[in-house]
Design a binder for this molecule. Structure first.
Ligand code: A2P
Length: 335
């Protein structure tokens, strides 16, 4: 009989946690027991996995006895507080928060990009930031053709990146605006319906916000290249759950549009959507609920001889979070 594993999800009731449950089921991950954990607010709640109704328990230090894989998506402070307890209990933690990403002892893994890093851990493996994952799945095939030296990226980030309440806020505000009512703000500092704003994470002395700094430093860690230059502008837009990114890269040698399209068409986790005649390119509504990162608008950078421009979209809750975490667990099972 093939081996099965006990899996816990910390933050099971959240936007990412719910997708983790679905992804484990959809990919037939060999789960023996699934333990669902959230805050005391969710006590008494049940969630469905493989047709079975499972009670949601309260996340605590003793929640991880007998667990093989603990998937965390309950925010950074919960990861810092409870992930060490999970490791002490013998679990391997796959953490979706930013708490451990830049810790040199913690691998930061995108399975399509640096799968070999997954085994070099002390019990915790970090899932990168959603924008970094989506960008690097699109760029890795091009980076393999010729090293990328510089990236200029502008993001169009969905509400889902800020959690389930933020998604609800976008829907509620949309109704409020359409009914000529004042908008209610809670999850976001600004109106998100019929608006967009610069990502609201903290800006430091560099002039870049935390989300942008994540794209810079996580990219360098995942690609094992501290010289790669990244200039991001991160923007929240009124889209429910898929992120888009306009990316311009500079490489060692000139990659033609045809060469780029051909290598992307064969790349794992990528689907090329690039039809200038029909004006059909990657769109959030078309990638929602799908696993692959869509890439299109592949064209020469008219401002640099070794430059290439493209547009990518990925489901933030899936490839940007839950799917990447489950793929990491699959790599560990395979290794
Ligand atoms: P709960 O639903 O009980 O509040 P999202 O990113 O979509 O906002 O989801 C956050 C997830 O993290 C939810 O499952 C939420 O549970 C969980 N969570 C938030 N705060 C805590 C906490 N203090 N202890 C345990 N889980 C928490």
């Amino acid at each position: 009989m093939s081996k099965t594993y006990n899996v816990a999800i910390a933050g099971a009731t959240g936007a990412v946690g719910q997708e983790m449950i679905r992804t484990l089921e959809k990919r037939a991950f060999p789960v023996a027991e699934l333990r669902l954990l959230a805050s005391s607010r969710s006590a008494g709640r049940f969630m469905t996995f493989r047709g079975e109704s499972i009670p949601v328990g309260v996340l605590d230090h003793d929640s991880f006895e007998g667990i093989d894989f603990a998937l965390f998506s309950a925010g950074g402070s919960r990861s810092l507080e409870y992930a060490p307890a999970a490791v002490r209990a013998g679990a391997i933690v796959i953490d979706n928060s930013s708490a451990y990403r830049m810790d040199p002892a913690v691998p930061l893994v995108v399975p399509e990009v640096n799968p070999e890093d997954v085994t070099d851990h002390d019990g915790i493996i970090a899932n990168p930031n959603c924008t970094t994952i989506i960008m690097l799945v699109a760029l890795q095939p091009l980076h393999q053709l010729s090293p990328i030296r510089r990236i200029i990226v502008s993001t169009y980030q969905s509400a889902s990146g800020a959690g389930a309440q933020a998604m609800e806020e976008l829907q509620n505000q949309t109704e409020e605006v359409l009914q000529n009512q004042a908008v209610t703000k809670s999850a976001f500092p600004h109106q998100i319906a019929f608006n967009l704003f610069s990502h609201n994470s903290t800006i430091d002395d560099s002039g870049y916000c935390e989300e942008e700094r994540k794209m810079v430093y996580e990219t360098r860690k995942i690609l094992h290249d501290d010289t790669i230059r990244v200039c991001p502008t991160t923007v929240r837009v009124p889209v429910l759950r898929a992120h888009s990114e306009a990316i311009v890269i500079e490489q060692d040698r000139k990659i033609s549009v045809e060469e780029a399209r051909a290598v992307l068409a064969k790349a794992p986790g990528v689907v090329v959507v690039d039809d200038p005649v029909a004006n059909h390119f990657p769109m959030p509504v078309e990638v929602t609920g799908t696993d692959d990162v869509a890439v299109g608008r592949i064209r020469d950078d008219l401002s640099h001889e070794n430059g290439l421009a493209l547009f990518a979209c990925g489901d933030q809750l899936l490839k940007g979070a839950a799917l990447n975490a489950v793929q990491i667990a699959e790599l560990l099972v395979a290794s």
